[in-house]
Design a protein. Structure first.
Length: 127
């Protein structure tokens, strides 16, 4: 998918363990936020969690590139089950866990929407 990255240009923000990253806001179809991960020696688990607050009816995709963004491959979600936590909370409109084993600082990631209603802030955490 030809995404327009909406959170700036390289170098993109890095997701650090124990520090969830607000990577930006997706407000239209074919928008994405880009990010990177630390090198493998800096973390031991190989999963990331992506959640989006706001927006609805999203068709989301996580992609990776090991050639600096020239070509991209899809990273499938392991789980995408979310539930509202009550009327007093702002529930996420999307959440999924991705296994990124073997991908580290040499991989560029982008999370985007091929379809979305509204807009939402994208949060990324290492799980």
């Amino acid at each position: 998918m030809a995404f327009t990255v909406v959170n700036g240009v390289a170098p993109f923000p890095r997701v650090n363990r124990g520090q969830p990253l607000n990577a930006g806001t997706i407000a239209a179809a074919n928008n994405a936020v880009a990010f990177s991960l630390p090198s493998p020696r800096e973390f031991s688990l190989n999963k990331i969690v992506i959640a989006m607050v706001g927006g609805s009816a999203i068709t989301a995709v996580l992609e990776g590139s090991i050639d600096g963004g020239a070509t991209w491959f899809v990273i499938p979600a392991q789980a995408s089950d979310i539930t509202a936590t009550g009327t007093a909370d702002t529930a996420a409109s999307f959440a999924a866990r991705y296994d990124v084993s073997g991908l580290d600082a040499g991989c560029l990631f982008r999370f985007g929407a091929t379809a979305i209603t509204g807009s939402g802030a994208v949060w990324i955490a290492m799980a």
